[in-house]
Design a binder for this molecule. Structure first.
Ligand code: F6P
Length: 328
């Protein structure tokens, strides 16, 4: 499998930041140096690659960052990289430094960029799934998801206290773009009565019926967790809809927003980021190119980036059944 020898590697973080990205950068840098590679940090994702914002990293460059949220390399969404001219500039900047391997830490948009880039230019790319959304096919974990879900759970637990004290309906919107993993996991963990996710159709008539019954019993306290990408269009839209049907109910909305992206990564995120970062460098050394390093059933798996961007993860029906039974 070994192809051209990789001697100098670049690492970047791209798309929405995710807690644990720093731990992944640290692992890539230190594993690279351990193997005698030169390691370069690229600022602001593909943007820095195009603008030649690249610097050599040493082991000390990544000291004291494993516990920090955000990313020391900064991140960006880069429209210029969608065009061949932008990607050519990026390649020229790598070429002039002799960088012959790239580690991209980001979500599916970043992976799409990597697929395009590696198909046009002779630069092996390794992806690390860094996204709070967990919407990457072929891995049980993505860097940042565990932290984001724990942040959401902590916030929802607090909201539940006040919701319960007032007998209110609370609709809480969580992130996830067009995926419902954060809503599903945080909703189950906080005992939400309803969880609305884009992957499943919600029977709103049923939700309203159960709220009416509770109202009759003067026990209208209900927690609804909504994924931002749900078909109903987020928490505000759900509130409008429910308010029309239950004019007397006190319905409040809380949109958790970017708080879910920040904060110190959990132990779990630090561990998976370290493990994935280490394996990304091993992939480059072994000539296992244009894959992403995912974890399935606690084993490393190397999934072609092309396959990852063509497929979507699936939410199991078992989880949906559990939600239904436990919330009744
Ligand atoms: O992909 C991570 C994510 O936080 C999504 O959950 C959300 O839809 C999006 O990024 C928000 O992006 P931005 O920070 O650019 O507004």
């Amino acid at each position: 499998m070994r192809k051209k020898k990789v001697t100098k590697i670049g690492v970047l973080t791209s798309g929405g930041d995710a807690p644990g990205m720093n731990a992944a950068v640290r692992a890539v840098v230190r594993t690279g140096i351990y193997h005698g590679l030169e390691v370069y940090g690229i600022m602001r994702g593909y943007q820095g690659l195009i603008e030649d914002d690249i610097f050599k990293m040493e082991s000390r460059s990544v000291a004291n960052i494993i516990q920090r949220g955000g990313t020391i390399l900064k991140t960006a969404r880069c429209p210029e990289f969608l065009h061949k001219a932008g990607r050519k500039k990026a390649y020229d900047n790598l070429k002039k430094r002799g960088i012959n391997g790239l580690v991209i830490i980001g979500g599916d948009g970043s992976f799409r960029g990597a697929v395009q880039f590696s198909s046009e230019f002779d630069i092996p790319c390794i992806g690390l799934a860094g996204t709070i959304d967990k919407d990457i096919y072929g891995t049980d974990f993505t860097i940042g998801f565990d932290t984001a879900v724990n942040t959401a759970v902590d916030a929802i637990d607090k909201i539940r206290d006040t919701m319960d004290a007032h007998d209110r309906v609370f609709i809480i919107e969580v992130m996830g773009r067009d995926a419902g993993y954060i809503a599903l996991h945080s909703g189950i963990a906080t005992g939400a009565e309803n969880i609305l996710i884009p992957e499943r159709k919600t029977d709103m008539k049923n939700v309203i019926k159960s709220l009416r019954e509770k109202e009759k019993r003067r026990k209208l306290v209900n927690l609804i967790v909504v994924a931002e990408g749900d078909d109903f269009g987020g928490a505000d839209e759900v509130q409008k809809l429910l308010s029309k049907q239950l004019p007397k109910a006190e319905i409040r909305v809380c949109i958790l927003g970017h708080i879910q992206r920040g904060g110190a990564p959990t132990c779990m995120d630090r561990l998976i980021a370290s493990r994935m970062g280490y394996h990304a460098v091993e992939c480059l050394l072994e000539g296992r190119y244009n894959v992403f390093a995912g974890i399935l059933n606690n084993k490393m798996h190397y999934i072609p980036l092309e396959q990852a961007v063509k497929n979507k993860g699936k939410i199991s029906d078992e989880w949906m059944k559990i939600v239904k039974i436990l919330a009744s």
